[in-house]
Design a protein around this ligand. Structure first.
Ligand code: GN1
Ligand code: MG
Length: 368
């Protein structure tokens, strides 16, 4: 089924003008579709959910329906107090009234509204941008802070359980002969394996804090990297979080760490010159200022004690996920050239080292 027929299964007004790829997601396929009538234009986002990653996409749509209903209501109530117009995408139903459409090849498609006049950048644009990103994530957490996580299914169980990724990494090296070959063929890869070994124990730090009750589960975004934060084209203010498939019960720390590792590395995730990869403390300070201003409303001092660990851990975890996927043969993350996942892993491990070197400065920034 071609894309133009597919998108017309959804209940958008007007006639289809175009449908084209958009965004740089590593997992789902994303398209922008434009419809027009004689006096208006509608722009929507069409996505095919990657069912290798999300085995039960209906569950994502259930979560999304509940979260968007809650957030839209809360945004309405809070709009007088707000210093900007906050937005949250809305699900566009199919002509039959469903939240998604399954094509004849079992492809799982959904359409959501596009956040208008806003841009998602792939790399940090400087301190002002970093601060806005912090404000957006903090506000997003506040929006979700009064929904009980109990009623939500987890679309990706174990998504940020780092020890699970270590186990998967061990399994791949044990069971996939090609993985062993890839590891022994590259000195770089062997160095990275040694990097992983030194951090095995650290990998459980947040899990332990959760089990002993120091940290509590809350609703989280799951993937708040820099290009999932929309910045208004006219005001320069953050206006929305997008890519809502990973919203689930978890620790807001995962989000905090993920956002910092993404926003405060000025070189971005795909840099090949490692000397450009580092954690920029100025960007980090700006992000934290924006975030903590919002998070004061729900964050405890025990929460703050784990923010540094979260930044280090999520950076390590993503490096490990890329590395494991390279060894496994690029099964999970989309790639456009050989060894791209190895490169991506090098970037995250370099960033992780840079975070470790800055521990005392970061602790001061995060805990005061
Ligand atoms: C994936 O699809 P995308 O690009 O939004 C991944 C995140 C990673 C990110 C790294 C479901 O997100 O966890 O941080 O790549 N999402 C999933 O770029 O695995
Ligand atoms: Mg995503």
């Amino acid at each position: 089924m071609d894309l133009s027929n597919l998108v017309q299964e959804f209940d958008v007004g007007g006639r289809l003008v175009t449908v084209m790829p958009t965004g740089n997601g590593n997992v789902n396929d994303t398209y922008l579709a434009i419809f027009r009538n004689t006096f208006e234009e509608y722009q929507v986002i069409l996505q095919r959910i990657n069912t290798k990653v999300f085995p039960d996409p209906a569950l994502i749509m259930n979560n999304l329906r509940k979260v968007t209903a809650h957030v839209h209501q809360k945004l309405e109530k809070d709009c007088e107090r707000a210093d900007r117009v906050w937005q949250m995408p809305k699900i566009v139903k199919t002509r039959n009234g469903n939240d998604f459409f399954v094509d004849n090849a079992n492809g799982f498609w959904r359409v959501i509204t596009k956040i208008p006049s806003a841009t998602a950048f792939d790399e940090s644009q400087g301190v002002e941008h970093a601060r806005e990103c912090g404000t957006v994530l903090g506000y997003f957490h506040w929006l979700l802070s009064d929904i009980s996580h109990e009623g939500f299914a987890d679309p990706l169980p174990g998504f940020h359980i780092t020890s699970g990724y270590l186990a998967a990494y061990d399994r791949v090296l044990e069971e996939v002969p090609e993985a062993k070959r890839r590891l022994s063929a590259s000195m770089e890869a062997r160095r990275m394996a040694a990097f992983v070994e030194k951090r095995r124990e650290f990998a459980t730090v947040l899990q332990k804090a959760l089990v002993c009750g120091e940290l509590q589960k809350r609703m989280m975004h799951g993937d708040p990297k820099v290009n999932n934060i929309m910045i208004d084209d006219f005001t320069g203010k953050g206006s929305a979080m997008i890519d809502l498939d990973t919203i689930s019960p978890g620790l807001v720390h995962y989000d905090f760490g993920d956002a910092i590792r993404s926003i405060c590395n000025p070189a971005g995730e795909e840099e090949t010159n490692l000397s450009k990869v580092y954690l920029d403390l100025e960007l980090c300070e700006a992000f934290c200022m924006g975030y903590l201003e919002q998070a004061e409303m729900f964050m405890s001092s025990a929460d703050k004690n784990y923010l540094y660990d979260a930044v280090r851990l999520i950076t390590f975890e993503l490096g490990l996920r890329f590395f494991q996927d390279f060894l496994a043969g690029d099964i999970y993350f989309k790639t456009s050239f050989p060894e791209q996942n190895l490169h991506r892993a090098r970037v995250q491990f370099t960033l992780c080292e840079s975070i470790e070197v800055r521990e005392s400065m970061l602790q001061k920034l995060l805990c005061g």
